[in-house]
Design a protein around this ligand. Structure first.
Ligand code: HEC
Length: 125
């Protein structure tokens, strides 16, 4: 084997192991992990007043459970309001400042828990 060929093989092996090290990684988080993030946000920021799960009553009786929210709010409107940090039209709610990823995660989670599920909406995602 010539020197040049040896060097080529070495380089190829080095590149291959570099590739293995980085591994197969999805460029975007999968939908399931987005929903998980959204659930974490809801638990951290909304659960104090709203029921955030698939069942149960809200800690604050006047706060509707989040699984009902999308029956009175369109998901895109809600997303936009949260994006803008708007107070969603009620007095006691704290002002959220979520980043856009946080807002889409939260809305993805909300979609996932609606009763009845916002079925047809999902196709557009
Ligand atoms: C400090 C208590 C509190 C927290 C925390 C809170 N909310 Fe609320 N939220 C309320 C109350 C009370 C209402 C009902 C107010 C009303 O109807 O005037 C409400 C209503 C809403 C509504 C409007 C529902 C409708 O049908 O008009 C949305 C949407 C909403 N909350 C989303 C959220 C989200 C998302 C979070 C977390 C990021 C959150 N809230 C955190 C107290 C809270």
């Amino acid at each position: 084997m010539t020197f040049a060929a040896t060097r080529f093989v070495f380089l190829a092996v080095a590149l291959a192991s570099l590739g293995a090290c980085v591994g197969p990684r999805a460029p975007e988080p999968s939908p399931a992990s987005i929903v998980e993030d959204g659930r974490a946000i809801a638990e951290a920021q909304c659960a104090r007043c709203h029921a955030v799960g698939a069942y149960g009553d809200s800690p604050r009786p006047d706060a509707p459970p989040l699984r009902m929210i999308l029956s009175s709010y369109r998901a895109d409107v809600l997303e936009e309001e949260l994006d803008n940090g708007i107070k969603l039209g009620h007095p006691d709610m704290p002002r959220f400042q979520l980043n856009p990823q946080g807002v889409s995660a939260l809305v993805a989670y909300l979609k996932s828990i609606q009763t009845p599920p916002a079925a047809t909406e999902k196709a557009g995602q």
